[in-house]
Design a protein around this ligand. Structure first.
Ligand code: IFM
Length: 458
């Protein structure tokens, strides 16, 4: 086994190690203290959308067990906790009435982190749009961007003084393409025009929120978390290479372009411009305000080849077979070199600020043995493999400042329900017992090497 103490020497002393979660995936208590439904409550209660018709009603019961969970984080020795704030707890109908009890919960959580000397990295939107906003069209409606700006303002005014960093959105690729084009995530739409509208509203909402955050809490570093895709051509043919470039524009450029360059990719505009919503004057300037940091969520590469059929629609790219035989239980190829080339490519293409790896991890579903131990060696290997890439990036001079493992504990894995387990900590959903897995113990030893972490030097 890779010795965590030796491994730690590959990172600078001020490198930040953390763990990440998201509200809907762990909190449960979906009806408590004035929370109203989100699009994920509705989606998961619809037959055929989520495996086993699992929902977020109880999840990890973190809403009630947050103190125990913060103790777990403290015990893991990490310096920071990345969590998300649930919009439907704060402004239950999306617009209008502010729910103080919802804010109180995050007040307690953040104070709990501070009391344990754990840094707070909050995300404002991790996919739980208040269901009421669907009445106006959800993310396809421009008005949702302004509702989000107000929500950002409310959150920052109450909680911002104790946040170490804030992200506007988590993985717009998922809440836009996966949710409005591929129909896999809520609200389950499959329509290019709707998806393009969601894309622009989301980008605009990000920019408007940055404005609001800077106005209310100018000292809180603000960023955006993107699941950038490492798009790799399935072969060296010019057709496959061109397909990979189009796929890059579609999957990455739709977000990186407006945010970091103030423009949508030319190939996207050329192919889909007639289906795009109106981009109003000034929108791109709002969207492209300079950020303090950005977050990379990386799991697996995206291999593509050209879709040559006559009626193929943009980006006319289909998935190509994996190269590495190793797969996680969710079926994702394990291939860490793609993480390195992705970061290099992104810094070549865009002017990016400092980066945190805000998510990385693997689904392996093994549970406790008779003795109660969870031996998840493949997850541990995945972490070593990918953290090794992060260490190489840092020594090559890329400004990667920290790493958050996804996830602290097993949780509601969206359309996969509870069957896919990404945690460093095993959750028994019957009893809500938490058991630190072998990978969690290893991560704890790694994090403990960092004097900047919550383990103070003797
Ligand atoms: O569980 C998700 C998380 O909510 C967002 N990033 C990817 C993870 C694994 O699928």
């Amino acid at each position: 086994m890779t010795d965590p103490k030796t491994f730690a020497t590959r990172f600078p002393g001020d490198f930040l190690f953390g763990v990440a979660t998201a509200a809907f995936q762990i909190e449960g208590a979906t009806k408590a203290d004035g929370r109203k439904p989100s699009i994920w409550d509705a989606f998961s209660n619809m037959p055929g959308r989520v495996f086993n018709r699992d929902n977020g009603d109880i999840a990890c019961d973190h809403y009630n067990r947050w103190e125990e969970d913060l103790d777990l984080i403290k015990d893991m020795g990490v310096e920071a906790y990345r969590f998300s704030i649930a919009w439907p707890r704060i402004i239950p109908e999306g617009t209008g009435r502010v729910n103080e009890k919802g804010l109180d919960f995050y007040d307690r959580l953040i104070d709990g982190c501070k009391a344990r000397e754990i840094k707070t990295y909050a995300t404002l939107y991790h996919w739980d749009l208040p269901l009421s906003l669907m009445g106006d069209g959800g993310w396809t409606a421009r008005s949702t961007a302004y509702a989000f700006q107000r929500y950002a303002k409310v959150v920052m005014a109450r909680l911002g003084d104790r946040l170490d960093a804030v992200a506007t959105f988590n993985e717009p690729w998922c809440s836009v393409w996966l949710s409005h084009l591929y129909g896999v995530h809520a609200p389950g739409e499959r329509n290019m025009e709707a998806a393009l509208a969601a894309m622009h509203t989301t980008n605009l909402a990000h920019g408007l929120a940055v404005e609001a955050i800077r106005h209310v809490t100018p000292n809180v570093p603000v960023g955006l978390v993107l699941n950038a895709h490492s798009v790799i051509a399935g072969s060296e043919t010019p057709e496959d290479k061109a397909a990979a470039e189009r796929a890059f524009d579609f999957h990455n450029g739709a977000f990186f372009g407006p945010v970091f360059k103030g423009e949508y990719p030319a190939s996207l505009i050329e192919a889909l411009g007639d289906k795009m919503p109106k981009v109003e004057e000034g929108d791109l300037a709002v969207i492209s305000q300079k950020l303090d940091w950005w977050g990379l969520n990386y799991y697996t590469p995206m291999r593509v080849s050209a879709e040559l059929s006559e009626d193929a629609y943009y980006p006319a790219a289909k998935f190509a077979p994996p190269v590495s035989p190793a797969k996680t239980d969710i079926g994702w190829e394990v291939y860490s070199p793609a993480m390195k080339s992705l970061v290099e490519d992104l810094y070549r293409r865009y002017e990016l600020p400092v980066c945190y790896v805000t998510e990385n991890g693997a689904a392996y579903n093994m549970g406790p043995s008779a003795g109660g131990e969870v031996d998840d060696q493949p997850r541990l290997d995945y972490y070593v493999d990918h953290l090794s890439v992060v260490a190489d990036l840092v020594s090559d001079g890329y400004p990667v400042k920290g790493y958050f493992a996804w996830s602290l504990m097993d949780n509601f894995e969206w359309a996969e329900g509870y069957r896919m387990r990404f945690g460093l900590v095993y959750v028994d959903y019957e009893t809500q017992k938490r058991t630190v897995k072998k990978s969690g113990k290893w991560y704890r030893e790694l994090a403990a090497q960092f004097p900047g972490g919550n383990h103070k030097p003797e």
